[in-house]
Design a protein around this ligand. Structure first.
Ligand code: NDP
Length: 379
């Protein structure tokens, strides 16, 4: 896929104007004249300047209140120079994956956002932690639970915070679903279903097990796992560790075995939760789908589409749910982490949550490999 161009650099003032114009987004708007001066912004270095970094994170970083781009890690120096010019940081703050240790000497940079292919997340997260930087790592956290453990250990040892790029955890309708699930008026939701799928025609790292760790389950099926956790968790305790108790899964027969050499083309799976809630999910690189539904005795809530960056359509048993949304899910996500770092607290969207999802994913693959046998999940 061709890397999107960086967004046109709009002036800070025009962004403030746009934000202030919408009362609906007031909760996300930066402080304005007359209010106390904002504390120093945290400096981010983006590692991996591909589609998501340029297409989504770069525009989001023009909206963040608490962090800004002050460096990059890239294997493509020309992109690094483009980012340096665009975000006005010195070219000395362009690093390669091999020189990440030198980040330790750069006091402008507080955290690294790892946006490389999945297999590289552990090495890049650990390198950033060893350089003393906090880390946001994109989903999936890694390709195995063992790698997640190594990442968690490295961040603990370096005393840095780790968060996963789960933007759904900051999306207002999903947060409303999570709250409704726990309320006596609406919840619990006992029947869940969802699908996220899109067709892939060109050979990219996403269909190579060595880089992607798996097929669509690792890439987009993980969103259904995220949404299911939010809909089924009525415990209200440690959301990052809330998980189903058992999984069953069936891989789809491959219609293009020569293309999907060592990853699944598609997969169906079920999740059973301790309170009796059950879910049925699907992901695929062969068809298109984007939906999620949670149903209980008192309420149902349906998302279609469920997982885009914006424009979700949400209906409930009592009618449409159209909440005010921030201009960028990613800006809210990054600002939230910056606040956690500043206040010295763990993000609720933690490395533990990333590890939990890898435990679930490993159980799904184990069940599919075992012909659909029921696999217990232990986080
Ligand atoms: P891209 O292929 O578009 O970009 C990946 C970038 O990683 C490349 O441009 C390159 O940047 C760098 N890279 C380093 N080593 C390699 C390598 N061996 N092969 C390919 N690229 C390499 O991927 P995406 O941006 O779409 O995805 C990156 C990560 O972000 C994935 O983990 C993905 O799951 C996640 N993601 C998350 C989304 C979300 O909504 N949260 C949405 C989309 C992706 P450079 O040239 O600078 O080195």
């Amino acid at each position: 896929m061709k890397t999107p161009r960086l967004p046109a650099l709009r002036s800070r003032r025009s962004f403030l104007g746009e934000l202030a114009a919408g009362a609906a987004v007031a909760a996300f708007a930066p402080s304005v004249r007359g209010q106390p001066a904002a504390p120093r912004k945290l400096g981010i270095a983006i590692a991996g300047l591909g589609g998501y970094a340029a297409g989504q994170l770069a525009p989001a970083l023009q909206l963040t209140q608490h962090c800004e781009v002050r460096g990059v890690v890239t294997g493509t120096p020309a992109k690094g120079r483009e980012w340096a010019q665009h975000f006005r940081f010195p070219e000395t703050s362009i690093y390669s994956y091999d020189t990440m240790a030198r980040l330790a000497d750069n006091r402008d940079i507080d955290l690294v956002y790892v946006v490389t292919p999945n297999a590289l997340h552990p090495a890049h997260t650990i390198a950033a932690a060893k350089a003393g930087k906090h880390v946001i790592c994109e989903k999936p956290m890694a390709n195995t639970v063992a790698e997640c453990d190594a990442m968690l250990a490295a961040c603990r040892a370096a005393k840095v915070k780790l968060s996963i790029g789960y933007r759904l955890q900051f999306e207002p309708h999903n947060l409303a679903m999570k709250e409704r699930a726990r309320s006596a008026e609406f919840g619990p939701y006992l029947k869940l279903s969802g699908a996220l799928a899109f067709p892939i025609r060109r050979r990219v790292w996403r269909v190579e097990k060595a880089l992607a760790g798996g097929g669509p389950l690792m890439d987009v099926g993980i969103y259904c796992i995220q949404a299911a956790g939010m809909a089924a968790d009525t415990t209200g305790t440690n959301h990052a560790k809330f998980a189903p108790v058992a999984i069953t899964a069936r891989e789809h027969p491959k219609t293009r075995p020569e293309f999907f050499l060592d990853v699944e083309e598609g997969i169906d799976w079920t999740m059973e939760f301790a309170n009796g809630a059950k879910g049925e999910f699907m992901t695929s690189y062969n068809v298109g789908a984007d939906r999620f539904r949670a149903e209980g005795a008192k309420d149902w809530i349906e998302f279609a589409p469920a997982f885009p960056y914006g424009g979700l359509k949400v209906t409930t048993a009592r009618g449409p749910l159209a909440l005010a949304v921030p201009p960028s899910q990613q800006a809210v996500q990054m600002d939230h982490f910056a606040q956690c770092v500043r206040e010295g607290r763990e993000s609720p969207v933690s490395g533990e949550m990333g590890r939990r999802d890898m435990v679930i994913i490993e159980a799904i693959y184990a069940s599919a490999a075992g012909g659909g046998k029921r696999v217990a999940v232990k986080v």
